[in-house]
Design a protein around this ligand. Structure first.
Ligand code: GDP
Ligand code: IMO
Ligand code: MG
Length: 425
């Protein structure tokens, strides 16, 4: 008998865009299953293969491997239009999508979710969250309010009735806001078309995942967003509407806590954030501008310039605890190595007192300043380094300090954007 296998997990540690796509791409090469468990097309994961860039929003990037079954889990909210565009783009580039599966329990994003997302942001005035306007929050609201429409409903005879009921209700709200109403007939027609295309991929993914685990298959969970954007553990309300931390892996795919194997946390050698919210190590100055240009820090999904700053070990330690991280992946070591001097936040100064305890309370964060240690940069060209030992001394010192502070080994080191620019320890 084969021993039951475990699910290895890749999670974002800060505010997203840490380069999860690249680590997942590497790990997926020998995975039988790659699963997305939470979020939706607010995610944008970039993978560079032979100089060509692929941006994944919904489909697990493991789809690039012929032998990997790519699963959109029940915890994901799916915009069918975006998913079909992504499927078509892959096909046009010569990739098969026969290995795609969508959970019958995944909730569907409808036009009223997107309109509501924009409307709520407008309404917030100066207090905008800076959402991606993809309808993510309103789709999760409907899920928990129990008026959501799932993939299994989209392809069933019930769809027209469910949609009619929802749109009639939503239009009362839009009317009260003085907003244009949602066109029922157009939505119905569009979505019936999407249902036809997506039907072959929609299935019970829970059985599929457990059968794979029972058969000792290699299963990878591709995290989206990141722990500090978590609805419970992030800097609420400047967060996304799901649990991108470890709990979301279980609820978003149907596996148990005992099924979890390695939990890799991905970070950059600096930090970035898109959208509003507190950010203690932000460099809203020429240093931040330099990091943004060197690291090409512009959103994969919305193209917004990312806010940039130093790496925050106080926050990272909190994220290590939340998720039980077993390994770190540090990307953009090449980018940070272009600076002469590098800072690393090792404590916060809060009201004149130093602390290493992190809290997402916004009053705490807005009234804390970073205490830094400084390091030498100028790593030179490290893009061809294949082992830790080959790295220049300055890079080793910097990475070792991250390990020492967090107590978690650095297992992957990003030395460039390409698939091949990575050190695996
Ligand atoms: P994700 O959302 O976490 O998958 O990350 P994104 O794809 O949104 O953003 C990460 C960006 O950094 C992408 O443009 C990647 O191609 C790029 N990238 C990832 N790792 C490295 C690295 O080690 N060095 C450099 N220079 N770029 C990297
Ligand atoms: P990946 O997977 C970066 C941010 C948005 C906004 C907040 C809420 O590429 O790392 P939402 O549309 O989710 O309601 O927006 O969350 N956000 C991300 N930021 N990377 C992401 O995903 C993100 N997904 C959501 O910018 O601040
Ligand atoms: Mg991204």
């Amino acid at each position: 008998m084969v021993a039951r296998s475990k699910v290895d997990v890749v999670l974002g540690t800060f505010y997203g865009d840490e380069g999860k796509g690249k680590i997942i791409d590497y790990l997926a090469t020998n995975s039988d299953l790659a699963i997305r468990c939470s979020g939706g097309n607010n995610a944008g994961h970039t993978i560079e293969v032979d100089g060509k860039k692929f941006a994944f929003h919904l489909i697990p990037s493991g789809i690039l491997n012929k032998g990997t079954l790519a699963i959109i889990g029940n915890g994901v909210v799916v915009d069918p239009k975006v998913l079909i565009e992504e499927i078509n783009n892959l096909k046009e580039n010569g990739y098969s999508v026969n290995n795609l599966r969508i959970s019958d329990k995944a909730h569907i994003i409808l036009p009223y979710h997107i309109e509501m997302d924009k409307l709520l942001e407008e309404n917030r005035g100066a207090n905008k969250i800076g959402t991606t306007a993809r309808g993510i929050g309103p789709a999760y609201c409907d899920k928990y309010e129990r008026s959501g429409i799932r993939a299994e409903d989209l392809i069933s005879d019930k769809f027209e009735e469910l949609l009619t009921f929802n749109i009639n209700n939503k239009n009362k709200i839009f009317e009260a806001y003085g907003h244009e109403k949602i066109d029922l007939n157009k939505t119905l027609n569009d979505y019936k078309g999407y249902a036809e295309i997506l039907k072959p991929y929609i299935t019970d993914t829970i059985t599929l995942i457990h059968d794979a685990l029972d058969n000792g298959k290699k299963v990878l969970c591709e995290g989206a967003q990141a722990s500090l954007l978590d609805i419970d553990f992030g800097s609420y309300p400047f967060v996304t509407s799901s649990n991108p931390s470890i709990g979301g892996v279980c609820t978003g795919s149907g596996v148990g806590a005992k099924d979890i194997g390695e939990v890799y946390g991905v970070l950059k050698a600096y930090s970035s954030r898109v959208g509003a919210g507190p950010y203690v190590t932000e460099q809203d100055n020429e240093v931040g501008d330099l990091i943004r240009e060197l690291g090409h820090e512009y959103g994969t999904t919305t193209k917004r310039p990312r806010r940039c700053g130093w790496l925050d070990l106080v926050a990272l330690k909190y994220v290590v605890r939340l998720n039980g991280l077993t390994g770190l992946a540090v990307n953009h070591v090449d980018t940070i190595g272009k600076l002469d001097r590098i800072k690393l936040c090792v404590a916060y100064n809060h009201n004149g007192k130093e602390t290493t305890n992190f809290s997402t309370n916004s009053d705490f964060l807005n009234n804390s300043t970073a205490v830094y240690e400084e390091f030498d940069g100028n790593f030179g060209d490290i893009s061809n380094c294949k082992t830790f030992e080959e790295l220049p001394e300055n890079a080793k010192v910097y990475l070792k300090r991250i390990e020492e502070y967090t107590g978690v080994p650095v297992k992957f080191i990003g030395t460039g954007a390409g698939r091949e620019n990575m050190i695996v320890r």
